[in-house]
Design a protein. Structure first.
Length: 449
């Protein structure tokens, strides 16, 4: 079985590793960085910046813990170097795993010549043609960069360009209040920037639980963040050392810098998908079925190019299942309603399974219990009492259907609820689980009780 993979992100490199272990002859083509641009050039650096900003805020607020010296500043050069080093080292680790499994890594840009043949424009020049029995399209995505923004990478930049700034912006205007936008509000406001957030709807995180948005907005306002709600940007221009963001209704936001955090676009152009017979859908995404197969059954697609949940964890799972499927193993399709997600603000936000708004929209009877972290001893000890645990269960069967956590280390705590949702566990299973005391996880038991 000759298996060609175009794209070495979470979907591609996981599929390559698993397929090689299962006996496939794997060729992996990557043009940029093995490990994935969206992962190692977006996700990992942003979480590295978030870790720095959280530490800075902890130092500044340390007086309540009895620590006297709260002086803290950020050396952006050191931070930028650390972000680059982490991404480079993670990529090297992935390359080592792939090569240890016998995967042939080809540096260059792949494109299909037909349903069983592809060409690679090699990074060091020349072209190499590859025959395959099965293929995977996993080329990922890039930040959306609309024509109405005069992006220069200096004063006006996309999220990916934020990791090489030479200075902390004095006043940053962020366009986009989804997951990425609010994460960068958290980062730059903690690093010392004044921040204005352009919110197109009437709440940040427009597709999330309003109760979650309320907690996050209150935190932003407390830190001096300006929220411009009901505002849709239609022009971003630079005027000397100032940047002006024009809003459709005539308002303006003026700052020293502006960042676009308005989503991403799939990297599916120039892949020769027509030559392979692969059908596309609206937005340039690749159409797939529940097994990640395209319109050509032996050609799969995974990750951001499919328009499904744009999460590294999802892409990795898709890659793992694809590798097993094409080597003849039986698999269960991914249940996207049970995927755990997290937003790395402070407090963190995490959720899994059924949400309260979805239950209400479906007219579904559920039981909702909520416990504030202000009642949790570990939260009180650490001075991190903002937020809550909300658990959703079936009132008849008592099975855990979902939950939302807002608070310190919510991204870690959600794993317990994710396991409960995936395993169909009952509330009393959580209730009878002996958690560490004192710990944040005790709040899950309290919610179960």
């Amino acid at each position: 079985m000759k298996f060609l993979i175009i794209g070495g992100g979470p979907a591609g490199n996981t599929a390559a590793t698993v397929a090689a272990r299962l006996g496939a002859d794997v060729t992996l083509v990557e043009a940029e960085i093995v490990g994935g641009g969206a992962h190692l050039l977006d996700c990992i650096p942003s979480k590295t910046m978030a870790a720095t900003s959280v530490r800075m805020e902890a130092i500044r607020s340390a007086q309540q813990l009895g620590i006297e010296d709260q002086g803290a500043g950020v050396d952006l050069e050191v931070l930028n170097r650390r972000m680059a080093t982490i991404s480079t080292n993670l990529s090297a680790d992935i390359v080592n795993i792939l090569t240890s499994q016998g995967v042939d890594i080809v540096r260059g840009r792949g494109r299909f010549l037909g349903p069983h043949r592809a060409a690679v424009d090699l990074a060091d020049g020349g072209t190499r043609e590859v025959d395959f029995d099965a293929a995977l399209i996993a080329t990922g995505s890039a930040p959306r960069a609309p024509g109405w923004a005069d992006i220069d990478g200096d004063r006006i930049f996309t999220t990916r360009q934020a990791y090489s700034l030479s200075m902390v912006p004095e006043h940053l205007v962020i366009v986009g209040s989804g997951v990425t936008g609010v994460e960068f509000v958290h980062i730059f406001s903690f690093l010392g920037s004044r921040v204005t957030l352009i919110v197109s709807r009437q709440q940040v995180l427009p597709h999330r639980d309003p109760e979650v948005a309320t907690v996050l907005e209150a935190d932003f306002l407390e830190r001096g963040v300006v929220l411009m709600k009901g505002a849709r940007a239609n022009r971003i221009s630079r005027h000397g050392d100032e940047v002006v963001v024009d809003i459709e209704d005539g308002r303006q936001a003026v700052g020293s810098h502006a960042m676009l955090a308005i989503g991403s676009v799939p990297l599916t152009a120039d892949l020769g998908l027509d030559a392979a017979g692969v059908e596309m859908k609206l937005g340039g995404y690749v159409q797939v079925d529940e097994y990640q197969r395209t319109s050509v059954p032996h050609i799969y697609a995974a990750g951001d190019v499919t328009g499904q949940l744009p999460l590294s964890s999802v892409a990795s799972m898709q890659g793992r299942k694809i590798a097993r499927h094409l080597t003849g193993r039986q698999i269960k399709p991914i249940d996207y309603s049970k995927v755990a997600e997290a937003i790395f603000t402070d407090p963190e936000i995490a959720s899994v399974g059924l949400e309260e708004a979805d239950a209400a929209a479906e007219g579904r009877k559920v039981r909702i219990t909520k416990v504030p972290f202000s009642a949790n001893p570990r939260s009180i000890i650490h001075g991190a009492t903002r937020g809550f645990v909300k658990m959703i269960s079936d009132p008849a069967t008592h099975v855990v259907l979902g939950g939302t956590i807002v608070g310190h280390r919510a991204s870690e705590l959600i794993g317990i609820l994710a396991l409960a949702v995936q395993g169909g566990l009952r509330v009393d299973t959580l209730l009878e689980t002996l958690m560490v005391h004192p710990s944040l996880s005790e709040s899950l038991v309290d919610a179960a009780e």
